[in-house]
Each structure stands twice: as C-alpha cells, then as structure tokens.
Design a protein. Structure first.
Length: 152
C-alpha cells in the first residue's frame, strides 16, 4: 500500500511537467564566417506555454520616409558641382602645403647651426664661449683650408 501511495504521489508531482505544452523550434544553419553552425537536430524543443499575454498594438509610423523622391540634376549642374568640389579640394591641398612649408621654415630658422664662415680660403668658427651669443661672428677662430693642413 505504501508503495502504491508513493508511486501515486510521484506521478502527481510529475504530471504537471508532462501536461506542459512542448513544441519544436527549428533553427536554421548560420555562418559565423569561418564555420557553419548547425543545431544537432535542426532545432530544439521548448517546453512551456507559447501564449503571449502582452497587449497587441497597431503599428505606428513615427516619421515619413525621407528618400521617397529625388530629382536628377542636369549635365550642366553636375559639371558645376564637380568643378566646385575640385576647387574646394585644391584649396584644401594648397592650405595644407602652405602650413607644412611654414612649419618646415620655422624649424629651419631656429636651427642656425653649424655656425661656420668661409673667407679667404680659411674656415672660421666661433669660440666655444661665444658660440651661443648673438654676436658670435666677433669671436671667430680661423683655420686654414684642409688642403694646406695647418692652423694659422
């Protein structure tokens, strides 16, 4: 008797799960780029109710379609647009070239080394103490040309 009650109790506990709706949802194959992913049985079983208790609403258009119509331009208008585009691109390229040239020249102006003067077949350089001064030409040490090989 106890076995019968235990079996009956187990059946009563398990019956709601057997009474649930079960349906098969097919899942198509999809590609992840390097491989094609496929469900083992072509889909899966879903247990439970398929009822959707959310209220149904009618579709609502939020705004009008912006690309509903367009007008073709004439050949003359298209040529004018292309010329305007080319002119703007040329101006942009010219501005970039001028900016790059100015940046290069400002860097070159700052770099005034080596401070060397060549006169009368001699190579003259400022002394070390006066090399950073603005009047560095007043403090020159001259050497004869490398062809003569000696200091003067």
């Amino acid at each position: 008797m106890r076995k019968t009650l235990a079996i009956l109790f187990m059946l009563c506990q398990g019956l709601p799960s057997y009474a649930m709706d079960a349906y098969f949802v097919g899942v198509p194959d999809y590609s992840s780029g390097a491989a094609t992913i496929r469900e083992p049985n072509g889909g899966t079983y879903v247990y439970g109710s398929r009822k959707d208790f959310r209220p149904k609403t009618a579709p609502v258009a939020m705004e009008e379609n912006r690309l509903a119509y367009y007008e073709l331009v004439s050949v003359e208008e298209e040529e004018a647009l292309l010329k305007m585009r080319d002119r703007k691109m040329a101006d942009r390229i010219r501005r970039d070239q001028v900016r790059q040239r100015k940046a290069y020249l400002s860097a070159v102006k700052r770099m005034d080394w080596p401070r060397v003067v060549v006169k009368d077949g001699q190579i003259c350089v400022p002394t070390l103490e006066a090399s950073d001064s603005l009047q560095w030409r007043d403090y020159l040490t001259c050497y004869s040309d490398a062809a003569t090989g000696g200091e003067q």
